[in-house]
Design a protein around this ligand. Sequence first.
Ligand code: NAG
Ligand code: NAG
Ligand code: NAG
Ligand code: NAG
Ligand code: NAG
Length: 743
Amino acid sequence: MDLRLCTLLLVVVLLLPISAKASSKVYVVYMGEKKHKDPAMVTASQHDVLASVLGSKDEALKSIVYSYKHGSSGFAAKLTESQAKELEKYPGVLSVRPNTYWKMHTTRSWDFLGLNHYQPSSKLLKKAKNNGEDIIVGVIDSGIWPESPSFDDTGYGPVPKRWKGICQSGETFNATHCNRKIIGARFYIGAIPAESLKGEPLSARDKTGHGTHVASTIAGSPVWNASYHGLGAGVAHGGAPRARLAVYKVIWSEGGDMATVLAAIDDAIHDGVDVLSLSLGSVDGDSPFEYPGTLHAVARGITVVFAAGNEGPVTQTVQNAVPWVLTVAATTMDRSFPTVMTLGNGEKLVGQSIYRNETRLKSTDFHTLVYGEICDDETLESVNITHRIVLCSSPFKASKFTVNEVFAKAYLNLLKGGARAMIFAEYPSNRISIIENYLDGFMPYVLVDYEVAHKLASYSASSRTPGLKISRTVSTVGNGVVSPRVPAFSSRGPSIAYPALLKPDIAAPGTDILAAWFDTYEFKSGTSMSCPHVSAIVALLKSVHPNWSPAMIKSAIVTTASVTDRFGIPIQAEGLPRKPADPFDFGGGHIEPDRAVDPGLVYDIDPKEYFKFFNKCTLVSKDDCTSYIEKLYHLNLPSIAVPDLRDTVTVWRTVTNIGPEKATYHAVVEAPEGVKMSVEPSMITFKKGGPRSVTFKVTITAKLRIQGWYTFGSLTWKDDCNHSVRMPIAVRTTVQDFVADVS
Ligand SMILES: *[C@@H]1O[C@H](CO)[C@@H](O)[C@H](O)[C@H]1NC(C)=O
Ligand SMILES: *[C@@H]1O[C@H](CO)[C@@H](O)[C@H](O)[C@H]1NC(C)=O
Ligand SMILES: *[C@@H]1O[C@H](CO)[C@@H](O)[C@H](O)[C@H]1NC(C)=O
Ligand SMILES: *[C@@H]1O[C@H](CO)[C@@H](O)[C@H](O)[C@H]1NC(C)=O
Ligand SMILES: *[C@@H]1O[C@H](CO)[C@@H](O)[C@H](O)[C@H]1NC(C)=O
């Protein structure tokens, strides 16, 4: 494949997969809970274990890549397969797994979420201590560009005393690059193949822009008048604009790997972060990496937030779907980029673009329009595209190829052929996410649906001198733009590894997010952008409620999300076709930060419950794990997924009242189609001085004998004080052991 095409294709989805070459001999060894308090002792005992398998201490020191010693005990080491096998038998070694590979998955979005920092009407912001200045968010990503004005620390108080991290020096990055905003920076190269490090500064400096974008979305200081060439202009700021950032660079030019991510998580636990934000995913779908690292973090009270992935709208593509983390899907927001196209006959059509640069195409002039069909080598052979505006549209091939694939090829063909601009038709997905990843400087392009494309094609066929003028894009915001929606790219549930967990958990803005990109600001789309929105909201919630556990924070976020837009219309999910969003698209729904700060009731979980699952199902697969995974719906999560309802399933849940001491809640049940659902008791009363927690029973009975279909419902606890605690429910009925539907 053409190298350039490859780069562009990858950039499109904000993924930078790494090929599993060279270093595939790194293994991750997990040794469970630490036996020593002193990290040095933990490492020493790891060296002993390794030395006894490799023959000498020297060999052990040479082979070890990372030592994990703060969250749990374990290490990454370069081993042969037989050494790995031998190590697995060693007493105290719980698992030895080959390393796996990792990839990466602004402004307006905070107003859209009601977190306007300049006309403070937000309850959450008012309550958060100085906009989150007491909270430390760890960002595990591609590093940071410290010179961005978003990381200015003017007026910040001292770094919280409990902070134990460092500012690691490296090429073009030293201690002077940390400040009271970026309070820590580390980078990891131990397991990264040498060729991936070529051309990158060996330091926490961000070479791709991804980590900087993510970090500034979480905690960027306000920057007035930020825009992309005037588009999306406004105050760019993070959701928790005064939270502190701790940067862990694990992604290099070609991606990252599990061993490295685990090393960063281990350090972050030691350093004292409150929240961990990971806009990453494994290349080959779900990998068990998350377990030791993130579970130990959560057990220490750190909330871990993950991107759900960008593999939608296909079902079963959600990643990072373990129960103790927040898995975040994307939504669109109320901003749009209409671009007017005027035909030679005066008719006006509208598409979406971010066209501002007139070097290649003058916005005041008419240019010849030609039709290039799918715009591959074959269809362009008979069309002279030089200096023309080219329409690329192939409605009847739309289902055969992915949009990104066709777009990238067409774009490069047109660029090569000297076209002035491209008009690209795609199924109505209301996303311009592919646009911003192509440099406006190269060649302008406009996205249209097939109806508009048809009009353009008819016009170009019927006119002898078809002319078209493309005006510069303007941005519009507000009620006129249908939003939020779940964009097509957002990965969908159910989780393939754990269908009895409802994933993703929540959705947050992830399309056309303007945030810091080196010294400027750029639009990016992806669940990589949604994840930091949730991380920022978690930081604010933690600032208001320092004693909430990660499970409580997650419960507050999931149960207060909205499933309708501001007009009360159910939120839609883009795809083929568009449809009302269900929990596999957006979990509890679209995040509502102001409601999450005061949820009324929460579903809390003692991390011991996760460990039961973890120890059974992820380390020693000798156990009968399958039956356990199937029963995961017994975890006290703020959602219920029953993937195999034959007759009746009974699920228990416990709610804890964190609202007014005296309260009465009534259950409102919305049973999934084909299912009978009852809640006992259906009324819960909390008395002054009485117990704060109450357990209830949900009985789900199949009404229909239907093989393999998922339907969706909800259970909402409502009181008289405006609390509404809603959990999403997904149920699949099965009749017998034959193939079942997945969505
Ligand atoms: C750190 O980096 C800054 C800016 O690049 C530079 O001016 C300074 O000399 C460096 N300090 C050290 C100790 O290397
Ligand atoms: C904001 O930026 C635009 C374009 O970059 C410029 O024309 C305008 O004067 C700026 N406004 C302020 C208040 O700085
Ligand atoms: C294609 O169009 C360009 C620009 O109008 C023109 O210079 C060129 O001769 C044309 N090529 C062919 C093969 O007609
Ligand atoms: C505009 O596009 C030209 C090439 O078409 C490019 O050289 C230039 O850098 C672009 N300008 C901006 C501000 O992006
Ligand atoms: C109740 O909640 C709705 C929606 O969140 C809000 O608009 C309304 O102001 C609230 N009412 C009271 C009395 O708090």
